[in-house]
Design a binder for this molecule. Structure first.
Ligand code: ADP
Ligand code: MG
Length: 280
């Protein structure tokens, strides 16, 4: 569905993405993790048409979108939920949501889309007439996602949707992401909540200093000690020490590797049970 071929993005003289190649299949959920300043937002914004690529090629559903004007990306079926939400805080929730459906095709579906967003985020329904700025951070994030969905995208781009949210709201957010994905929308998710992101993702990429340094299924990535140390705060040396100290191997690795399994990682925050059922 989306193919990035050795794309490069620079801010003036400073290159932020170096020859990044990545593809997302129809309806796939791919997450990108990596440290601050790795280029995650740059990548997602390039796919949204906000940054021109200086080299390489981007294709969406077979069509070259590398040189497409920024305002055309939405019509192609690509919608972005930017980092920091960017709502119009003085405008009502309903007005913010309706902004997402300004294109003719989406406008025709506006009423149905609004119902759909309210079904996905029930908390928003009774707040439609309130200024967006009066909502909690989590609810504002729901409005931002809702606004993107009002455009009826085929590919949803989410830049750190859980940033700054309380843990209980983060769970709701990931539940919503699973549901959106279950409806057949492809999702490119940038997250600093690595455990949760790897739990929902079908594939994940690790971006460092503008380059993809690892790409694979979450369980493959988590089997790599250096990635576990760098991104999950799990140090394998501790496992060895514990087992060496005579604890029953089953018990030790049960507790430890249980914490490394995708479901269990998010399970630390309580999200595990929904995973498998919701993913397929
Ligand atoms: N508007 C900008 N102008 C100049 N440099 C930028 C701009 N936005 C981001 N950068 C630089 O590009 C690199 C990647 O940033 P970003 O994509 O925001 O990373 P991430 O989202 O992974 O934290 C960083 O070195 C950052 O300082
Ligand atoms: Mg960012």
């Amino acid at each position: 569905m989306l193919e990035l071929e050795t794309i490069r993005v620079a801010y003036g003289q400073a290159t932020a993405l170096w020859d990044v190649s990545l593809s997302i299949g129809k309806g796939e959920l791919l997450c990108i993790v990596g440290p601050n300043s790795a280029g995650k937002s740059t990548l997602i914004n390039a796919v949204a048409g906000l940054h021109r690529i200086s080299a390489g090629r981007m294709r969406f559903e077979g069509q070259d979108i590398s040189r497409l004007a920024p305002h055309r990306f939405c019509a192609q079926g690509i919608a972005l939920v930017p980092e920091g939400r960017r709502l119009f805080t003085e405008m009502t929730v309903r007005e913010n949501l309706e902004l997402g459906s300004y294109l003719r095709a989406a406008r025709r579906e506006r009423a149905r889309s609004l119902e759909h967003v309210c079904a996905l985020f029930p908390a928003l329904e009774e707040k439609l007439a309130q200024p967006a700025g009066s909502l909690s951070g989590g609810q504002q994030q729901m409005v931002a996602i809702g606004r993107a969905l009002m455009a009826r995208p085929k590919l949803l781009l989410l830049d750190e949707p859980s940033l700054g949210l309380a843990p209980s709201i983060v769970l709701d957010m990931f539940t919503a992401i699973r549901r959106i994905h279950a409806e057949g929308i492809a999702v490119l998710l940038v997250e600093q909540n690595v455990g949760m992101a790897l739990d929902v993702a079908e594939r994940a990429a690790v971006l460092e200093e503008g380059r993809i340094v690892a790409l694979g299924r979450p369980e493959e990535l988590m089997a790599r000690p250096e990635l576990r140390r760098a991104y999950l705060g799990i140090d394998d040396a501790e496992d060895v020490l514990l087992e060496g100290a005579g604890a029953a191997p089953g018990a030790t690795s049960g507790a430890k590797s249980g914490a490394m399994a995708p479901g269990a990682l998010a399970g630390a925050g309580g999200a595990a049970p929904a995973t498998t059922a919701a993913r397929h």
